[in-house]
Design a binder for this molecule. Sequence first.
Ligand code: KIV
Length: 275
Amino acid sequence: MKNTVMTFKEAKTKGEKLTMLTAYDYSMAKLIDESEINGILVGDSLGMVCLGYEDTLSVTMEDMIHHTKAVARGAKNALIVGDMPFMSYQTSIYDAVCNAGRLIKEGNANAVKLEGGAAVVEQVRAIVKASIPVMGHLGLTPQSVNAFGGFKVQGKSEDAARKLIEEAQILEEAGAFAIVLECVPAKLAELITRKVSIPTIGIGAGKGCDGQILVYQDMLGMFSDFKPKFVKQFSDVGHHMREGFKQYIEEVKAGSFPSKEHEFKINEEVLEKLY
Ligand code: KIV
């Protein structure tokens, strides 16, 4: 059954945990979708895990539409959330609505995600008014890495914690259907989760959130540039891939691959005429 924003709302009401992972292409989206996940985020983490940038700032609308389209072709049941890249919504309400619309019309996403609270509340309101579901994102918002001075846990002081609670309430009031809480102390994330009626989706925010999200390359051991503290590696796919690549190289060099079973035949009479 297709997951929708209603599925997310009902899960919070029933106290059922929501599950999300990122995906960036067709085949991975299909695999994740088959595991009956609630939602797939085509995150702008794409910039780091797929495109090799140091941060998410260089990701463009064209990048996001291209990858969101591929994910949408692969995932039939998960709610597909397209991430709005840096400067696609901060510049104006008009830009925000147009670019959110492009992720829906051209990328075939079901919803969009954008980072920030009070600073982007008018954008959230306008996108929601255009009938596009919005997922908020608070705490460590990677598009603000330069303003934060690095990738750091947010909301540790009383003022910062109060601000995060207020921003979550502002997003809820503006019509967001869910909020990602990234790198927020677990007890604060739990408190925010109690103070809003929309689901919170945690990443580095403890188990008190209504759901969890991870970047799939992190949880499968496929990305080794850095490993955030909040990541649990559920499988070592990276190791199996390296083993597979090595074996392929060995077999090609040894002449054992391709073997008869991988070959196509030609009629001997045709062949003879060619000599
Ligand atoms: O871009 C992304 O993958 C994200 C998640 C880490 C929440 O924003």
